[in-house]
Design a protein around this ligand. Structure first.
Ligand code: DGJ
Length: 699
């Protein structure tokens, strides 16, 4: 809901529990007034009428209070907007108009010197406390081209508190989304990616809680998350007077995003913000609900249990081996069978074939259709792996078009994993990829595409192009365009975003893919921490998790039971990635039981409300999913010490007066007892795990 004052210069946006207010001063400066619990328009007016901050030498009264600080004029904070116009750097904006369109508010400004338009967009839906913000910069001509050095999507302003704690999700390949929280000190904290993709190093998200007081269940939490799958930057600024502002958008450096000719415009990605009074858990639940309702395509559909052949076969694949795996997967209850890398071109190792998206004639002499048909006959959907943005120098595509890759003339073309990045900003490259992929999806009954991206940008050159810098932004738009076009042309096909594991996870890619590959790290213990971090922002409905072989050969040699591996992966979208041809009959039978159990709890895991009962970290950790009359607890014990049984788990969200029956043991517990005394898991020893289901009894 959007309300404004009679003079049309103060606005309040309201969600179910929170409110956001902004107002124009007499000098047309747009100031931030409020972000927190819901307030009335009169409250916003009163806030606007408060005395401005006292004059202080060497400081600007605008700093820390403006809704969208730009470069130019009396400001010393990091500008969200920086434009280079002929002979002048910086802008000066006058308010032009406000427009409300359903749940979107648009505030339009013009620059006095140049024919420029700036629109700040705000959207807050009635069913969510998330404020979506983005900007549009338009060259309203005539005149020379202008260069956008930076145009952040939004600047978020927090209320004054004694101190703030900053939460972030950091990592690297095979160790993504690890949560850290630390006090925010004065100055700037910058996270981002200058790699061309979202990156494994940080999820584009921050969370701040005041005075380090919030817990999983209680306290105020402010969160901001960016929807952009290229290079990006979020800067959290703790200003000298204690104000905190968070600015974020596309691009890491301020070295240029795009040039605009008269008539052109740039629309930034969305930078979403959320205030929650429900602690870290409440904030996550609100983020999850909003993504399921508004971001993720077809989110109401349950994601099937998949099998992926990568860890079993690597590059050494054959149709026969895939058939053998498919038969075993089907017998286990798997619903989607995915052939990973190496089905195409001359791809017998990572040295060749990327770019040639036709089945390898020796491996699949009759194409993919016969295997897809067999997989369908076994009762499963059929999926394939692709990495369309890349090319191996040893490929037909590169031999035909060596100029189609990002490169600087006369310089080394840096190879990572023996591959180069195609310049998707080129229309001919985009069109070629569209034709190849469209044909591929038409060539066999393919239901699912795992879309990978396995190296960063290193040589972002574009010979012959006057402003090669634009390829950073245009690559992402081209990727989005391709996905959108493929989805429209092949509506039954489901897409997974992968980038060497979790290198491309953000709200932008999630608005056009159905799930993401969380990490190449499939060690079930490491995964608990990765999943704990991931769940801060994103729902289990998109978090793919596989059960692979033990010992874990790829990373650490750890041995773990099938039980532990399954229960770890069952906290997300369950998949299986082990070499099933080497699993014993007992293991296959046990696995079938776990898959069956997962299918029973899947509605809760994928669409229920998540409660993180205990964080991973040495001892007992657990999550609880709640939906309607049912709740399920997934618990893991890393190591037991001194013969002590692990502490009981205090469940959340239950009706204290109701009785709940444990579907595992038949025991009946009162909601109040489960919440206060807790539930005993019975876990012992090392790497033990359990799934405990409870159903409310009708009284
Ligand atoms: C990286 C992915 O994360 C893996 O799951 C697998 O698909 C490989 N690429 C294949 O090259």
């Amino acid at each position: 809901m959007i309300e404004s004052t009679g003079d049309g210069r103060t606005w309040v946006l309201s969600g179910p529990t929170s409110g956001y207010a902004i107002g124009l001063t007499d000098a047309d400066e747009l100031l931030h007034l409020h972000w927190g619990p819901r307030i009335a328009v009169e409250d916003a007016e009163a806030l606007a009428a408060q005395a401005p901050p006292p004059y202080r030498p060497f400081e600007s009264p605008l700093d820390g209070h403006e809704e969208y600080p730009v470069e130019g004029g009396p400001r010393f904070v990091r500008p969200a907007l920086s434009l280079r116009t002929p002979g002048v750097r910086g802008t000066e904006w006058s308010f032009a108009a406000a427009e409300t369109d359903g749940d979107e508010l648009r505030l339009r400004f013009t620059d006095a010197l140049h024919a420029l338009g700036l629109t700040l967009h705000y959207r807050m839906r009635d069913d969510a406390d998330v404020v979506e913000r983005w900007v549009t910069v338009a060259h309203e001509g005539p005149g020379a081209e202008l260069e956008i050095l930076r145009a952040d999507a939004a600047v978020w302003t927090l209320p004054r508190r004694d101190s703030w704690r900053l939460g972030q999700l950091h990592g690297r390949w095979a160790a993504e989304s690890r949560l850290v929280r630390a006090e925010l000190t004065y100055g700037e904290k910058i996270i981002g990616s200058r790699r061309g993709h979202t990156g494994h190093q940080h999820l584009p998200w921050v969370a701040l809680d005041a005075d380090g007081e919030s817990t999983e269940e209680r306290g105020e939490v402010y969160g901001c998350a960016l929807g952009w799958s290229g290079s990006w930057r979020i800067a959290v600024q703790h200003l000298p007077d204690g104000q905190v502002q968070i600015t974020g958008g596309a691009g890491h450096d301020d070295s240029g995003l795009l040039r605009l000719a008269p008539g052109d415009s740039y629309t930034s990605p969305v930078f979403a913000g959320l205030w929650s009074a429900g602690g870290f858990g409440g904030a996550s639940q609100a983020w999850h609900a909003w993504q399921l309702a508004r971001v993720i395509p077809d989110a109401a559909a349950e994601r099937p249990v998949l099998y992926n052949s990568w860890e079993a076969t690597g590059f050494d694949i054959s149709e026969e081996r895939q058939r053998a795996l498919a038969r075993r997967a089907a017998a286990m209850g798997v619903e989607l069978f995915v052939v990973d890398d190496a089905w195409f071109g001359a791809r017998t190792s990572d040295r060749a074939g990327l770019g040639d998206w036709t089945p390898n004639p020796e491996r699949f002499p009759r194409g993919l259709a016969p295997l897809a048909d067999e997989v369908h006959a076994l009762g499963m959907d059929f999926g394939i792996w692709v990495e369309p943005e890349m090319v191996n120098p040893d490929s037909d595509l590169y031999r035909a078009h060596p100029d189609w890759v990002q490169h600087h003339p006369g310089r080394t073309r840096t190879e990572y994993r023996n591959q180069l990045v195609l310049n998707l900003a080129r229309p001919d490259v985009r069109e070629h990829l569209w034709r190849q992929l469209d044909q591929l999806l038409g060539s066999a009954p393919i239901d699912y595409v795992k879309w990978d991206f396995n190296r960063c940008f290193t040589d972002p050159g574009w010979p012959g192009e006057e402003y090669p810098q634009r390829l950073w932004v245009e690559h992402v738009h081209a990727l989005y365009g391709l996905l959108d076009r493929l989805r429209a042309a092949h509506p039954g096909v489901v897409f997974e975003s992968c980038s060497g594991g979790g290198g491309r996870i953000d709200l932008g890619i999630l608005s056009r893919t159905d799930q993401v590959w969380t990490s190449d790290n499939t060690d079930p213990l490491d995964r608990l921490a990765i999943q704990h971090g991931f769940s801060q922002l994103h729902p289990a409905r998109v978090m793919a998790a596989w059960v692979t072989d033990s010992p874990q050969t790829q990373l650490n040699g750890r041995r773990s039971s099938l039980r532990f591996r399954f229960v770890s992966a069952m906290a997300g979208v369950l998949g299986i990635g082990g070499d099933l041809t080497r699993w014993s009959e007992e293991e296959l039978t046990e696995a079938r039981g776990w898959v069956e159990l997962y299918r029973r709890i899947r509605p809760l895991v994928q669409h229920g409300e998540l409660h993180r009962l205990r964080a991973p970290g040495g001892g007992l950790s657990a999550v609880q999913f709640l939906r309607g009359e049912e709740t399920v607890v997934l618990a893991w014990l890393q190591a037991q010490h001194y013969g002590e049984p692990p502490p009981p788990l205090r469940l959340r969200g239950l009706d204290p007066a109701a009785a709940y029956e444990c579907l595992e043991s038949g025991a009946v517990h009162r909601g109040a007892v489960l919440a206060h005394q807790g539930l005993h898991t019975g876990l012992t020893g090392d790497l033990d795990a359990a799934v405990i289901r409870l159903r409310r009894r009708s009284s």
